[in-house]
Design a protein around this ligand. Sequence first.
Ligand SMILES: [Zn+2]
Length: 376
Amino acid sequence: MSERGVEKHAVGASGKSQEKADAQPKEIFNAPYTFVETYNQLADAVLILSRSPYLVVDCEGYDIAQPDGKLSLLTIGTAEARDLFVIDVLNIKDKEEASVVDLLALFTNEAIPKIMWDGRGDFVEIFDWYGVEMQGILDLQIAEVAKQARHETEPTRQARFARQLQYGWKAVRKHKELFSGIHILPGLDGVVRSYKLGEHLAKDTEVVAMHRAGESGRWMERPLPERLIQYAANDVYLIAVVYTFFLEKKWIQKELKAQSYRYINAEKTREDKQRRQQIGASRLLPLGVLSDPSALYGTLHVCAWCKRLLDLGSFQHSSYTQPTPGEKGKKSKKGQKGNVGGNTRSLRRKPCCRVCVVSAMKSEVTIDKEWIIVVT
Ligand SMILES: [Zn+2]
């Protein structure tokens, strides 16, 4: 997880607590790992990975999922991160090699859960590099948001919004419907801290600072500094720890697979990501992820900004009264003009979904705001 804007807005990582969050623990746990640089080493790794009931997956690279993004490392762990393999993809790029074919077969096997934290960028880079779409993703970032949605009251969620994104209490309370069901995406480090999963479990602050300074190009250096390889291994270790904790808490619910699928699809390409990022929407969970918009009654509508197909509730909408125009064919014959049919109640909605509207409020970019009539 190298270029994740949301990391900066992690749970408990705003304002005063930011300093605390950035303070390096005395000693962070360094997860043991195997560095994979050859096809033979990969073949050994795949043998071990294929025996695991699930895989923990994360990527590192330059500007992940950005237009110029490049993959550097692919880290894969077995259950509970008992084995961790950090794969140097610059040396493992031949898709025809038997060991790579076997690895990709694990990726595309839907029956093997892939435990990830915000898998959107990883999905894009893996597809670009190896030409396969990862299947069976269980995204723990979504599991955390879904848990919040189940357990929190609306005022608690509004308070988080006001506190972390500085929208101001008044704005959030005044526009309750606009902010309804919109969630801030949590960061992995913040989740580890807020659930007190281990003081020694944290990201290396030097590498975090490197990302914040826009120096993710260092992931492409070879030989790669040991510190970066260790960071990649630790990230997967953290994800594995969170997964074990979530399992114990029964926060991995049966809907998570479908929710994760919708989440990945919300930013399936670099262009999708860029568009959402342009208005700062990447910090917010896209609408239509926690529940399936197509399962609800009614037609779906496209957001003019993020291009997602969403239910009407995802947009600001209202009914209004308008005069019914006369029937076109008869109008000229009878010479009638104007309102011959009385009034009709119609539906209208804003062109952009509420996440795009809320994001644009904090952005320099202007989005389309004119009401449009909903054709039913
Ligand atoms: Zn939108």
